[in-house]
Design a protein around this ligand. Structure first.
Ligand SMILES: Nc1ncnc2c1ncn2[C@@H]1O[C@H](COP(=O)(O)OP(=O)(O)O)[C@@H](O)[C@H]1O
Ligand SMILES: [Mg+2]
Length: 270
């Protein structure tokens, strides 16, 4: 048997890289271990209601006696803390960060580490990846049944990096009934499919007389995906002090349908 050849410096470097990647993946999976189902809320466009769906979905699940975490990963527009009116950040506990809790939901957001709320941060892929890993390692999540993730919109580097880093179990796609939003949603769904990830279903938001109705359901049928439900365009969202699903019976009922359908899809996929 010939003795093993000495590795070239290039091979050594590659091996070190592989080892480092492996260790990092192990660390991430360790920090995600206690977390039940990881659901990304995603859309092709901004402003269609991702944050609204993510926060209300999280509080609805929490009101149903689930342990829920909400992770705001929309790096350019981290709005979850604004919607939930959280002003204090996480508390340091040794090396760990204890996330603030609202309506029974543990909330972690990129916004906590932004000095000025109005300032946009320009994030590059590796920075996003590192920041999210850092968040995952250092946050004391406990053992939530669900982690809802508010993702950056679109099909650029940012959402892709978040999806890959977080290793999400599946996605809720938010669209409006409008034709262009539906087209964007279709692109996003195709991207998720290309990554071999799962779409739990589609939510149509801003449904009603202004933008029409039915676009989300038609998209679901066309893409052969579950339709989770529609959310009517309503002043209840702007009039509410907290999450509209807790303050308005109509909004609450719509979110109950969406949450029940999502839970059924999660169960079906197990
Ligand atoms: N069904 C709805 N009816 C009325 N206003 C809504 C509805 N859904 C969202 N909004 C409002 O639209 C704006 C954008 O929603 P948001 O959830 O922040 O979108 P995104 O996170 O996709 O950018 C917010 O001011 C929100 O309160
Ligand atoms: Mg948002």
């Amino acid at each position: 048997m010939s003795s093993p050849r000495k590795l070239t410096p290039q091979e050594e470097a590659r091996l070190a890289q592989v080892r480092a990647n492996f260790q990092e993946r192990r660390k991430v999976s360790e920090s995600l271990e206690g977390i039940g189902v990881r659901v990304g809320v995603y859309s092709g466009k901004g402003g269609v209601g991702k944050t609204t769906v993510a926060t209300n979905l999280a509080v609805t699940l929490a009101a149903q006696e689930n342990d829920v975490a909400l992770f705001d990963c929309d790096i350019d527009c981290p709005n979850v803390t604004r919607v939930l009116r959280i002003s204090e950040g996480p508390i340091q506990n040794g090396e760990k960060l204890v996330p603030p809790s609202r309506f029974g939901v543990k909330v972690m957001s990129m916004a906590f580490f932004q000095d000025n709320e109005d300032e946009a941060i320009v994030w590059r892929g590796p920075m996003i990846h590192n920041a999210i890993n850092q968040f995952l390692h250092s946050t004391e999540w406990g053992d939530p049944d669900y982690m809802i993730v508010d993702l950056p919109p679109g099909t650029s580097d940012a959402p892709l990096t978040v999806m890959q880093t977080l290793n999400l179990d599946g996605f809720v796609i938010v669209t409006t009934p409008h034709e262009l939003a539906v087209l964007d949603a279709k692109r996003s769904i195709n991207m998720i499919k290309k990554m071999n990830l799962k779409v739990f279903g589609i939510v149509e938001n801003l449904s009603g007389s202004v933008f029409g109705t039915g676009g989300g359901k038609a998209l679901a049928e066309e893409m052969e995906l579950p339709f989770l439900g529609a959310l009517t365009m309503s002043a209840d969202y702007t009039n509410s002090q907290g999450p509209a699903s807790l303050e308005s019976d109509e909004v609450g009922a719509e979110f109950k349908v969406i949450t029940d359908n999502l839970k059924a899809q999660i169960e079906a996929g197990k």
